[in-house]
Design a protein around this ligand. Structure first.
Ligand SMILES: [Zn+2]
Length: 260
């Protein structure tokens, strides 16, 4: 059974005590931990300068009947999902797809959360990063983090959930999308929505020399500096405009990128 001290020493081994961090996690590989997510979160908070996590809320999203062309979406196709959509509120839980750690962070007494209706972030000691977000620049907190020499940390997960790669894609001028979300009784346009991330793991071998990694039994934590990550994403896309896309033939967003 992993305890706080072991988790903390694993996090500390990454050498990020003075760095702000964006973290993504799945806790399963850790096995049983007393007080699970809260213990992992506390060990993380106590080992880095500051932390943010995505607390995205996909159930606010609605799909209109019509909209801009080549937008990686099938208009009018989600009528049943539209009926189930819920207006964003600041206390709306993060999507289950994000795992339970973002919820633990969001519920922490010292945490703040941004109000983007789909792509919100929660953070501790991260007011500068959280304050950078706008409706037009949903991933500005990641850019602000990079300006502060921030790092991306992946806890038992691979780059297919590494949200910061989306920021690199935008720097590489890859196509972004428009989505819509319910806020109150209105549908709000959300520009600069990112592409699909399921092909992102292709970056792993490319950045391996710059990746720090700590193994704890079956579990692992890896971390990469955001500046290096953005450089790598831009290099890959410059060399191959189709880099980091997924291989699914029915992927609306990857196909929209290919169509350009
Ligand atoms: Zn795809």
């Amino acid at each position: 059974m992993l305890v706080y001290d072991e988790l903390k020493s694993a996090f500390q081994e990454l050498g990020l005590a003075n760095k702000p961090v964006i973290a993504h996690a799945s806790l399963q590989s850790f096995g049983y931990i007393h007080n699970g997510a809260d213990t992992v979160l506390q060990a993380l908070i106590d080992s880095v300068k500051s932390v943010i996590m995505p607390t995205f809320t996909y159930k606010t999203m609605i799909t209109p009947e019509v909209g801009p062309p080549n937008n990686g979406i099938l208009y009018g196709a989600e009528k049943d999902l539209n009926k189930m959509a819920e207006p964003f509120t600041l206390d709306m839980p993060a999507d289950m797809m994000m795992g339970i750690l973002p919820e633990s962070l969001r519920n922490h007494p010292a945490a703040k959360r941004t109000s983007h209706p789909i792509l919100s972030f929660a953070g501790i000691r991260s007011d500068l990063m959280l304050g950078a977000q706008t409706m037009y620049e949903p991933f500005a907190p990641i850019g602000a983090l990079a300006n502060e020499d921030g790092w991306a940390m992946l806890i038992n997960v691979d780059h297919s959930v590494n949200t910061s790669i989306h920021y690199g894609e935008k720097l590489a001028r890859r196509k972004q999308f428009v989505r819509w979300a319910l806020v109150g009784d209105r549908a709000v346009e959300c520009p600069n929505f990112p592409g699909d991330s399921s092909g992102f793991n292709a970056i792993a071998s490319y950045i391996k020399p710059d990746t720090r990694r700590v193994d704890i039994g079956e579990a692992f934590i890896q971390a990469i500096s955001l500046k290096r990550l953005f450089e790598a994403v831009q290099e890959l896309i410059k060399n191959d405009p189709l880099a980091l896309l997924c291989q699914r033939t029915d992927c609306e967003r990857c196909n929209a990128v290919r169509n350009i």
